[in-house]
Design a binder for this molecule. Structure first.
Ligand code: FAD
Ligand code: EPU
Length: 342
């Protein structure tokens, strides 16, 4: 370990506990940030070395294909604050290293509406804008107000408004033009003081009816948590990073020709065209429940690739490539990974 004032740099650091896929890999250098006071020193460290840098929150959307030759920086800054309010809205800010679900449940408990459908998504507040996390009919862009970030190159601190983040389906400016250029420090949401609930995603209504509870944001959060725990594998038990691929968005023309051949193909309206369910297509190609060594396709959700214990990143990538090929052969659709492969 090399300690220069407040920033400790660890050599050959094992990352198994820092990624939900459970990859047993090492980072050549590793640092942890738990205070914004460490930022100037971190930036000097980053700019002083000619090496790759990877920020890591909960590690729930990354797949390490091998050891990481470079500096991994785990963001662990904590804090939740009400920064402003008016008659209608309350503005709640979370530090980047705050656990996302803890942040959501804080808002639900205070009856601040807008994030309840995003309950139980793994990861941290600072990573949520990177792919505009979404679930059960809601994306963070719907309540996102602004974020604070620092440029790695210039050290300049700046704010990004909702429009400046250029949010799209599982996308933002931080995954495209500005990829790897900013460290997100905190995120502020504009939430409703008199919440309106969103149960457009069918399964929520069914779950609420089963729960026999009043339709408020606490019940919606509970319903979402129940649905998620019944469908998605818990990374503590089976390594995974949620949906491995994005759901493809295609033109109406292409959709209508697919629908002729596959009348039961699930589809959802989307601003860019028609969104298809990648999990359905992967299942139709016969991959659901497939296992090869410790790499596999989850038995209840074909969109989730899993590590049963000792799979390597390369084995998961190889499986993903074969799934892409077979979906392309059968449906003429190219699947793109949602997970960041590093
Ligand atoms: P990490 O995996 O640590 O990082 C993700 C990316 O963000 C990396 O490129 C990293 O370098 C970058 N990054 C992280 N922190 C910062 C920062 N402070 N500044 C700049 N860059 C940063 N996602 C959904 O959208 N919807 C879901 O329903 C959903 N369900 C999931 C279910 C399971 C079981 C799992 C395992 C994952 C699921 N995901 C889902 C994916 C994942 O939870 C989200 O993408 C989440 O936002 C990742 O957060 P993280 O802190 O773990 O990010
Ligand atoms: N389906 C199958 N077989 C499968 C999986 C799904 O036929 O093995 C069908 C379902 O029956 C349903 C449709 O596909 O008709 C959609 O399935 P589901 O509702 O489970 O959602 P998804 O499209 O597989 C998306 C997100 C999830 C998010 C859920 C709920 C993406 C890539 N995935 O999954 O996000 O939690 O909707 O909103 O958009 C993530 O991003 O990591 C993630 C888990």
């Amino acid at each position: 370990m090399n300690r220069i004032s407040s920033l400790a740099i660890y050599k050959d650091f094992n990352l198994k506990a820092y990624n939900t896929f459970g990859m047993d890999v090492k980072a050549s250098d590793f640092a942890k940030i738990d205070s914004e006071k460490q930022i100037p020193e971190l930036l000097r460290e980053i700019n002083g070395r000619n090496e790759k840098v990877l920020f890591l929150g909960g590690g729930s959307n990354v797949l390490f294909a091998g050891n990481y030759e470079g500096l991994v920086v785990h963001i662990a800054t904590k804090g939740i604050e009400i920064v402003d309010q008016d008659d209608e809205f309350v503005y709640v800010s979370g530090m980047a290293g705050e656990n996302w679900n803890d942040f959501v449940q804080y808002c639900v408990l205070h009856n601040f509406g807008g994030l309840e459908n995003l309950s139980l998504i793994p990861g941290n507040v600072g990573s949520a804008p990177i792919q505009n996390i979404g679930a059960y009919g809601v994306e963070i862009k719907d309540t996102f107000y602004m974020l604070d970030a620092v440029s790695l190159k210039s050290g300049e601190f700046r704010e990004f408004s909702n429009a400046e983040c250029r949010f799209g389906y599982r996308n933002s400016i931080f995954k495209s033009e500005l990829k790897g250029q900013y460290l997100i420090l905190s995120v502020t949401f504009r939430l409703e003081k008199k919440p309106t609930i969103n149960t457009t995603y069918g399964a929520i209504n069914e779950q609420l009816a089963m729960m026999k509870k009043p339709a408020d944001i606490r019940s919606v959060a509970e319903a979402v948590i129940n649905i998620r725990t019944s469908k998605l594998p818990d990374p503590k038990e089976i390594g995974n990073a949620g949906s491995f691929f994005k759901n493809p968005v295609i033109s109406m023309e292409k959709f209508l020709s697919l629908k002729e051949k596959y009348p039961d193909i699930p589809s959802y309206p989307s601003v860019e065209g028609v969104k298809l369910a990648a999990g359905w297509m992967i299942e139709k190609c016969g991959w659901k429940g497939y296992r090869e060594g410790d790499a596999g396709v989850h038995k209840n959700q074909a969109l989730v690739l899993v590590n049963y214990g000792n799979a390597s990143g390369k084995e998961i990538v190889s499986l993903a490539s074969r799934i892409i090929l077979s979906v392309n052969d059968k449906f003429g659709i190219h699947l793109e990974p949602e997970v960041n492969i590093v």
